[in-house]
Design a protein around this ligand. Structure first.
Ligand SMILES: Nc1ncnc2c1ncn2[C@@H]1O[C@H](COP(=O)(O)OP(=O)(O)O)[C@@H](O)[C@H]1O
Ligand SMILES: CC(=O)OP(=O)(O)O
Ligand SMILES: [Mg+2]
Length: 428
């Protein structure tokens, strides 16, 4: 387990009218919840107070991240890694969640605390069933279980977190916040795949999109830079997983991940877009099983497949040293990003802000520079000094499009949406 110590809260945004839940009717309740501050990165500047104490649990396929938030600050946070991996002391997600509970209790912040208002859970796939954050009941658990075929790695881990937390605190309201929810506003032109309609409908084959809490949070912050919630924003969430989204006036209109988190941008270990016939070819001619192809595309592709490193820091060092494999990987990564920026410019018609976020987006000046190179005719230009310095605004003066670096905060967004559901429920 790592990163236990509480530290000051990061950046945040001002009050503004945003539908963070993805509900097309706009969820004004979310505006009841504190969300003020500024975009001054790393300053520890004041952030709007959350009106309660929330434990946020983010159970990934092989890790459990947690954060306890209260008022303006973070009381505790950490990660349990290598969950369920061979040789790991943590055999599964239930054990990991119990370790989190023990750790919080040892710090005097146990789940039995009467000060705890709620627990918020990241749930990756809500399908078309859940398009807004939802108070967890037995029926909701059943609904998340029913979606396991669409997210076989993620939803069972999320359910384990829900099960343990409900067992430890059956009296406490718990809320599921779905990665897919923010993308529920994407119109059919962008969400439908051009395959047989009956097959698609029967099996739920369509674009759902992921990283929704990050896209919601960052697009809202980005809109503040452009003067208001009506802004058109392209968000580039570049972490281990990576996705782009096009957001107009707080509503997502397109995103690069699809039915699963494999589509779209080049990622650390995932291929992103490729000709679907490659899968058929690998099976028929390459003699690979479906499980082998799944592992190839999800775990041994992307930057790792292209150059043998999935950590962007290592790739960057190799590029600087003139390594040709790393150079190819970096150029494929940035070329794909540039294509999506161009595509989403066309989807939105006009763009006010392009926002980089996630571990790569927030830290890699090289990726930001190369991804947006040559787009001057669209009014997109990065100032090299501001970019290298890591300013919040890195666009060159005079460009029509602001380019920004905005640290994401999925845990804060989950806490905010959790409290919004509780306040809505309490109001009846
Ligand atoms: N200074 C840096 N320069 C380039 N890449 C970085 C830097 N710091 C972190 N990264 C990259 O960020 C990625 C992880 O991003 P993160 O958003 O933390 O991932 P996750 O999707 O697991 O939440 C890794 O590829 C890592 O190499
Ligand atoms: C859904 C998804 O891709 O999440 P992550 O980036 O955490 O793997
Ligand atoms: Mg992440």
């Amino acid at each position: 387990m790592s990163e236990r110590a509480a530290r000051p809260a990061g950046p945040s945004g001002r009050n503004c009218d945003v539908n963070s839940s993805g509900d097309p009717s706009r969820d004004d309740d979310l505006d009841d919840v504190g969300d003020s501050g500024d975009l001054d990165r790393g300053s520890g500047s004041a952030r709007g107070d959350l009106p309660g104490r929330v434990l946020v649990l983010n159970s990934g396929s092989s890790s459990v991240k947690y954060r306890l938030l209260s008022g303006a600050g973070r009381l505790a946070s950490g990660t349990v890694e290598r969950v369920g991996e061979p040789g790991s002391p943590v055999p599964g997600h239930r054990a990991a969640l119990e370790a989190v509970a023990d750790r919080l209790a040892a710090d005097g912040l146990g789940l039995d605390s009467p000060e705890l208002t709620a627990i918020g859970h990241r749930v990756v796939h809500g399908g078309t069933t859940f398009t807004r954050p939802t108070l967890i009941t037995d029926e909701v658990v059943g609904g998340i279980e029913a979606l396991i075929p669409l997210a076989p790695l993620h939803n069972p881990a999320n359910l384990a977190g829900i099960e343990v937390a409900r067992r430890l605190r059956p009296d406490l309201p718990q809320v599921a916040v779905f990665d897919t929810a923010f993308h529920a506003t994407i119109p059919p032109a962008a969400s439908a795949y051009a395959i047989d309609r009956e097959v698609a409908a029967r099996l739920g084959v369509r674009r759902y999109g992921f990283h929704g809490t990050s896209h919601a949070y960052v697009s809202r912050q980005a809109a503040l830079l452009a003067g208001g919630p009506g802004a058109n924003v392209i968000v580039l969430h570049l972490g281990n997983g990576a996705s782009a989204s096009a957001v107009s006036a707080g509503r997502c209109v397109d995103t690069s991940m699809g039915m699963t988190p494999l589509e779209g941008l080049v990622m650390g270990t995932r291929s992103g877009d490729l000709d679907p016939a490659v899968v058929l070819y690998l099976a028929r001619t390459g003699g690979m099983s479906l499980d082998e192809i799944d592992a190839l595309l999800n775990r041994r592709s992307g930057m790792l497949g292209l150059c043998g490193d999935n950590d962007m820091r290592a790739v960057t060092e190799r590029v600087a040293a003139g390594d040709p494999d790393a150079e190819l990987a970096m150029s494929v990564y940035c070329h794909r990003l540039r294509k999506y920026v161009g595509a989403y410019y066309a989807v939105l018609g006009t763009v006010d802000v392009i926002a980089f976020t996630g571990g790569v987006g927030e830290n890699s000046a090289l990726v930001r520079e190369r991804a947006l190179a040559g787009l001057g005719a669209l009014g997109i230009a990065v100032d090299p000094v501001r970019n290298a310095r890591g300013d919040t605004l890195i666009s060159a003066d005079g460009g029509a499009v602001r380019v920004a670096v905005i640290p994401t905060d999925e845990e804060f967004e989950i806490a905010r949406q959790t409290l919004a559901v509780i306040s809505r429920t309490n109001r009846g």
